[in-house]
Design a protein around this ligand. Structure first.
Ligand code: PRX
Length: 584
């Protein structure tokens, strides 16, 4: 294979990590500790680092959040935009922390957010963490099934949502004994539910804007995100306050955030990127950020870049492919403010990078990490050549290995399990209530990521695929088991097997093989009905775009669905060892 390399000469400002090799040799996390804010006695608060520390500096009145509502249009840009300075974010989150104090929320209590990308999402998130509680987020596309799993397992005491989304909670309220309060951001509260509803606006008006931020130990829990595995229910990944060390440093090294930048991360805070690289790392570096509430739309996205002079842009391969598909639209806009582009979440093939060069005169810099890693661990840096198709190199302070199934390191150039030496500061602290699952990540002093990769002679890491059945559709992790569980709730379905099928736009789409009950007819109408059923119950992003009705499913002798066989058949690949498989 001929390697295609971009020298990264187009950078318009000095990169933060000038000499990668030298920094790697001299760096230790002790040095990073000097870059973030501490309280006496080695106490810290990640939310204080994101906003409050700036209030004591010239950044006090700097715009931190430039919010753009979903009805925004370039013809009427003043409508539906709101700016928040670091001071305003600090005071609003203080008010919210005082609401939690009034509700007697204690250190470690779980408070969940179920909101679209509205300003209240960001201010409440910060308020929860400042109060010493644990903030959790759920993507607004989740339906009752997806919500129940998350709220039940976390034992969340508080949920912050809006008048529209709360209706999905009503459907599952009897299954949520721990949920005491539901705070409604935008309207009337109702009584007669198992929890008390609280009027956000009224309470915010009455709350004091003074709050003594809780001083936490570095390992105390700060936030959690549910993420899918290849088996079982979603996992509650817990992160601590010291995750800020990785998120702060990588926002400098990888995203290259500078004070003059306008930064836009297109990820939703329902996923880890929208938390670590909207709320924590870039704000900790004092960035002005754009947040757009609306959905993907090439014209609107380009208008936002043009109008608000976005300079650093962090997005995902599916979005880049969709922009590419939209063709020459970009030519109508002045996008010259852009100076640094990054991408995460799925493999970034060479073609979208080449397209980025043609459209913006800049390459997208791929980087790799996971919900469990709490921050970027492998990246293409502004200061290093990009080998197209590679995820780049480890961040300083982190050791990456390629290991076999027993945890032994493999030679250069060989494909194996992508593994990280444990205990980087943003490594997950727990899988909530599942200690065995947590332990299962570690082997011979390596953290096993579940990805397969290869390291080349220059220490660039190349993504090969997943070692398990996990699906990555449009950069979002979906567990086949969750989709199968939702499918069998449908009255026509006896059993199903779910796989990720390669797709040119979305990376993968979810495909379900379904066995129907006897009296049901396998036709288009039923197919659409099943799709809609899963979409409504589980989540808008996690339904099967393709359904194939089958008479039998391949199974292991212990009765598990052999997804590997389904996938091999779908792709027309060799089926491999079938000594333990039935019905294939
Ligand atoms: O399989 C890898 C893929 O996404 C997984 C992590 O998903 P999640 O926890 O949702 O976090 C996504 C955003 C940080 C990984 O195990 N993945 C992530 N980045 C890349 C990637 N696959 C290929 N290339 C990447 N750059």
């Amino acid at each position: 294979m001929r390697e295609e390399v971009i020298e990264n000469k187009k950078l318009k400002t000095e990169p933060n990590l000038r000499d990668y090799k030298k920094i790697c040799e001299t760096f230790s996390w002790k040095l990073a500790e000097k870059e973030v804010a501490w309280f006496p006695n080695k106490k810290i608060n990640i939310a204080y680092n994101a906003v409050d520390k700036h209030v004591k500096t010239w950044r006090k009145n700097k715009v931190a959040l430039r919010w753009i509502g979903k009805n925004w249009s370039p013809d009427n840009p003043k409508k539906e935009t709101r700016d928040y300075t670091f001071l305003e974010l600090s005071l609003l989150s203080n008010r919210f922390a005082n609401i939690l104090k009034k509700l007697k929320i204690k250190k470690g209590d779980k408070c969940f957010l179920f909101l679209p990308r509205v300003p209240e999402l960001y201010t409440s998130f910060l308020g929860i963490v400042k109060a010493g509680a644990v903030a959790g987020t759920m993507f607004a596309a989740f339906g009752p099934c997806g919500l129940k799993d998350r709220l039940q397992n976390s034992g969340a005491k508080i949920l912050i949502t809006n008048g529209e989304l709360k209706k999905r909670i009503y459907k599952i309220e009897n299954d949520l004994p721990d949920l005491k309060y539901v705070i409604i951001t935008d309207g009337k509260t109702e009584s007669g539910h198992r929890f008390a509803e609280i009027d956000y606006r009224k309470e915010m008006n009455e709350a004091s804007e003074k709050f003594n931020v809780k001083k936490m130990k570095p390992d105390d829990h700060a936030f959690m995100l549910y993420t899918s595995g290849s088996t079982g229910k979603p996992k509650g990944v817990i992160h601590s306050h010291k995750a800020i060390l990785v998120e702060h440093m990588t926002s400098k090294w990888v995203l290259d955030i500078k004070d003059g930048d306008v930064y836009w991360c297109t990820a939703d805070p329902g996923w880890v990127t929208g938390v670590a690289y909207t709320i924590f790392g870039p704000w900790s570096n004092g960035a002005t950020e754009v947040v757009y509430e609306g959905r993907f739309d090439p014209e609107i996205w380009y208008s936002i870049i043009e109008k608000y002079k976005v300079s650093v842009w962090y997005t995902a391969p599916t979005a880049i492919r969709m922009l590419k598909k939209a063709g020459d639209v970009y030519k109508k806009y002045d996008l010259s403010s852009l100076r640094h582009l990054c991408s995460v979440g799925e493999p970034l093939n060479p073609e979208p990078i080449r397209w980025g060069l043609r459209a913006f005169g800049l390459p997208f810099h791929d980087n790799w990490w996971q919900t469990e890693t709490g921050g970027i661990l492998i990246a293409n840096y502004p200061c290093l050549p990009i080998k197209l198709g590679s995820m780049g190199k480890p961040i300083p302070g982190v050791t990456v290995g390629i290991v076999d199934d027993n945890g032994n390191e493999m030679p250069t150039g060989k494909v194996g399990n992508l593994a990280i030496r444990p205990n980087w500061p943003s490594m997950m602290k727990e899988i909530w209530k599942r200690p065995k699952k947590y332990k299962s990540y570690f082997k011979k002093n390596w953290f096993i990521t579940g990805d397969l990769a290869m390291k080349d002679k220059d220490d660039y890491i190349w993504f090969i695929g997943r070692a398990d059945d996990l699906i990555n559709t449009s950069g979002e992790r979906v567990g086949p088991f969750e989709v199968e569980s939702a499918l069998i709730e449908h009255p026509a379905v006896i059993e199903s097997g779910v796989i990720g099928k390669p797709d040119p736009l979305r990376g993968e789409i979810i495909k379900a093989f379904v066995i129907l009950k006897e009296n049901y007819k396998a036709d288009k109408k039923l197919e659409n009905d099943i799709k809609l059923f899963v979409k409504r119950r589980l989540a808008g992003h996690a339904y099967p775009r393709e359904i194939e009705f089958v008479k039998a499913l391949p199974k292991t002798k212990s009765g598990k669905i052999a997804r590997r066989i389904l996938k091999a058949k779908e792709l027309g690949l060799k089926i491999g060892d079938v000594s333990t498989i039935e019905n294939y």
